[in-house]
Design a protein around this ligand. Structure first.
Ligand SMILES: [Fe+2]
Ligand SMILES: [Fe+2]
Length: 238
C-alpha cells in the first residue's frame, strides 16, 4: 500500500478501506488530504495494522466503486441514502436528546454541550442539503447531459462549478469540526455507568450518524466534486 497516497485517494480506490479508517478513527473525508503515513503517525497506528485490517475484509460486491458510475447515479445515491438519512435521524435525535437531557443533564452537564453542538450542526446541514439539491446537483446533472450529447453546457449563474464546490467543502469542514466537538464532549461515546436505555440509544445513533456523515462527505469531496470539476473543464475545452 502506497503510504504517500492520501486517505481520500485510498478510500476512493478501495471503498472497503472506509470501514477500516472509520474503525481506527482516521479522517478520510474532511481531513482526507493527509497521506496514509501522516495520518497513521498522528493517530499512533502502524501502517501494517491498516494492511492487516484491509486483508481481513472479504471482497464485497455490495460496495460499489462510485468512481466508475455515472454522476447522476451517484447523486441519486447521495440524496436517497445520505440526505434522507440525515433528515430522518435529525428528526429522531432531537426529541431523544431532550429526553436524555431531562433525565441525566443534572449529573452529566456535558449532555447540554452535546445537544447545543448537535442542534447547530443540524441547522447547518439543513441549509447545506438544500443548496446541494437545488443548485449544485442539478447543475452537475446538466453538465453530464451536455457531455453525453456533445453540446456546450448551459452557463451557470455562479460562474464555474468550482465556486459552489468550494462553498460546500467549507461547510463540510465545519460539519467535520462539529462531529469532533460532539465526540469530545461525549468522551468518545463511552457510556457512564448510570446510562439508561435512551442514553445508550442516543450514543449508538450519534456514532452511526457520525459514520454516515463521514461516508457522505467522502463521496462528495473525493469523488463527486473532483469529477464534476474535470467534466466542466473537458466540456469547455471542446
Ligand atoms: Fe450531501
Ligand atoms: Fe455536502
Amino acid at each position: 500500500m502506497d503510504q504517500q497516497k492520501t486517505l481520500g485517494q485510498l478510500a476512493t480506490e478501495n471503498p472497503a478501506a472506509v470501514r477500516v479508517f472509520e474503525r481506527l478513527g482516521l479522517d478520510y473525508c474532511c481531513g482526507g488530504n493527509q497521506t496514509l503515513e501522516q495520518a497513521c503517525g498522528a493517530a499512533g497506528v502502524a501502517v501494517e495494522e491498516i494492511e492487516t485490517w484491509l486483508q481481513a475484509i472479504p471482497p464485497e460486491k455490495v460496495v460499489k466503486n462510485w468512481q466508475d458510475e455515472p454522476l447522476f447515479a451517484l447523486i441519486a445515491h447521495i440524496q436517497d441514502t445520505h440526505h434522507a438519512y440525515v433528515r430522518e435521524t435529525v428528526a429522531r435525535l432531537r426529541p431523544l436528546f431532550d429526553k436524555v437531557c431531562q433525565a441525566h443533564a443534572a449529573n452529566h452537564p456535558e449532555l447540554r454541550v452535546q445537544n447545543d453542538v448537535f442542534n447547530g450542526l443540524a441547522e447547518e446541514l439543513s441549509s447545506h442539503l438544500m443548496k446541494e439539491e437545488m443548485v449544485l446537483f442539478p447543475y452537475i446533472i446538466r453538465l453530464e447531459e451536455a457531455s453525453l450529447e456533445q453540446r456546450p453546457a448551459i452557463p451557470a449563474p455562479f460562474g464555474t462549478v468550482q465556486n459552489p464546490v468550494s462553498m460546500m467543502m467549507r461547510e463540510h469542514d465545519s460539519a467535520g469540526e462539529a462531529l469532533r466537538e460532539l465526540r469530545q464532549a461525549a468522551s468518545g461515546y463511552a457510556l457512564p455507568p448510570d446510562a439508561c436505555a435512551s442514553y445508550r440509544e442516543l450514543y449508538r445513533t450519534l456514532l452511526e450518524f457520525e459514520a454516515d456523515l463521514h461516508q457522505h462527505i467522502h463521496l462528495e469531496n473525493n469523488i463527486l466534486f473532483p469529477r464534476a470539476i474535470a467534466l466542466e473543464a473537458a466540456i469547455s475545452e471542446r
